[in-house]
Design a protein around this ligand. Structure first.
Ligand SMILES: [Zn+2]
Length: 325
């Protein structure tokens, strides 16, 4: 998937090491004692299809070290403009993503699309503000994010620390998608589609028709355990429909740069089905939520990273939903 050829094609993108070397050279020079503030470090990105670049986030929770770089973020370069899809979890990570765009093209960044409201996908929006893009999201994103903004900011300030939290602003979509919307990048179209409540109630998918690539956002987790913040029934139903979809590749919200259907979604289907099956059985047996959080879905423990961080919350959300079936 990420072969040597693609890597070498991306040699223009400044790697972290190159940057540090350059920064060190500047710092030790007698003439230039600092790196100008606007010269942001650039993230590593891979060109998974022509003009379609993906940065792979780390399988971690936010920390001062990762600066909120824990989700995948992408950009698509059209004939006259660029669309950025998700912006990572801080202003500083967002600026690095913007630098990666600028290392590839000087075309204007016309759209910044958020696949859903979670901070690891939207808190980098602020880095693109000066580009005056149209910020695009599911029509329910603005309400969801506005409602949670204070809590998201407080949690991230604490987890990222002051340096990585610096400059984060909540930027809501100025263009809301209801059902579907096509964006033109100049001879290249992105088709945006709202999805039913699944991972959240504001998941948006994006198809780059030029390369037959489907961006699934956090409807698809790979390696990183899924996080349930919408409806387990809705998510399983949506994955059932995706299984028969024909597309050249899908881009997960967390996981490798690119994957193929139906294999890509199978572990996630298995994980969610294990929770739903166990929780339904426990409810039938008259067991409590506390019982469920100790056993439901634990057969999946070794299959995922960050399981211990998110799994109990997933079971709790599933229990609350399935209790009322
Ligand atoms: Zn995410």
């Amino acid at each position: 998937m990420i072969d040597r050829e693609r890597r070498s094609a991306l040699s223009r993108v400044v790697s972290r090491q190159d940057f540090l070397r350059a920064a060190l050279a500047l710092a030790t020079s007698t003439l230039l004692r600092y790196v100008p503030a606007e010269a942001a470090e650039s993230l590593e990105v891979s060109e998974v299809a022509p003009g379609l670049f993906v940065h792979q986030g780390r399988y971690e929770v936010q920390s001062p070290q990762n600066r909120g770089d824990m989700a995948n973020a992408s950009f698509v370069v059209g004939g006259d403009a660029v669309a950025v899809i998700d912006t990572l979890g801080s202003a500083v990570a967002g600026r690095e993503l913007r630098s990666a765009v600028r290392a590839v093209t000087s075309k204007p960044i016309r759209y910044v699309i958020n696949t859903h409201m979670h901070p690891d996908h939207v808190f980098g929006n602020t880095a693109f503000k000066n580009d005056n893009p149209t910020f695009v999201g599911h029509y329910k994103l603005a309400r969801g994010l506005a409602t949670r903004a204070d809590r998201y900011l407080a949690i991230n300030k604490q987890m990222l620390g002051d340096a990585a939290f610096e400059g984060i602003e909540v930027i809501l979509p100025t263009l809301a998608v209801e059902n579907s919307l096509t964006l033109d990048l100049g001879g290249r179209s992105l088709v945006l589609e709202t999805q039913q409540t699944a991972h959240t109630d504001n998941d948006l998918t994006i198809t780059d028709t030029a390369t037959d690539t489907l961006f699934l956002g956090d409807l698809l987790f790979s390696v990183h355990v899924p996080t349930l913040d919408g409806s387990i029934r809705g998510w399983l139903a949506l994955l059932d429909r995706l299984a028969s979809k024909k597309t050249a590749r899908v881009i997960p919200g967390h996981g490798p740069h690119a994957m193929e259907l139906p294999e890509a979604i199978q572990p996630e289907q298995r994980y969610l089905a294990a929770i739903a099956g166990d929780v339904r059985r426990l409810i039938k047996e008259g067991k409590t939520l506390e019982d469920a959080t100790k056993t439901a879905g634990f057969s999946e423990r070794d299959a995922w990273k960050l399981f211990d961080h998110y799994h109990v919350r997933n079971v709790t959300a599933a229990f609350a939903e399935l209790e009322w079936e």
